[in-house]
Design a protein around this ligand. Sequence first.
Ligand code: SF4
Ligand code: SF4
Length: 106
Amino acid sequence: MALMITDECINCDVCEPECPNQAIFLGPEIYEIDPKRCTECVGHFEEPQCVQVCPVACIPVNPEHVESRESLWQKYQRLMAEAKAEAEQDRHSREGGNPRLPPSAT
Ligand code: SF4
Ligand code: SF4
């Protein structure tokens, strides 16, 4: 399951930098968790990092996003593949938007 932040959040900013998936962001009033990016820290850590650091214990599981460990693992792999593709794209832009052709194309 993805986790969620309840309205007990005191906006202390502690959890946001701890998330390895950049799933936590400041919403209109309090911090929120993007369920498409939260893997419960599966793939990175044994325990959810946001839960470990939250001083008011306001990060329960999100009952609207029930997921097995296997589907959390698949989400982690999708996020890693996306991050890798973005890094490649950034590298190509820095190199002038002219990626080297593979050997078969030369
Ligand atoms: Fe981020 Fe992990 Fe918290 Fe999910 S459980 S929001 S992945 S720190
Ligand atoms: Fe809110 Fe807890 Fe995150 Fe602090 S650590 S911003 S109280 S959810």
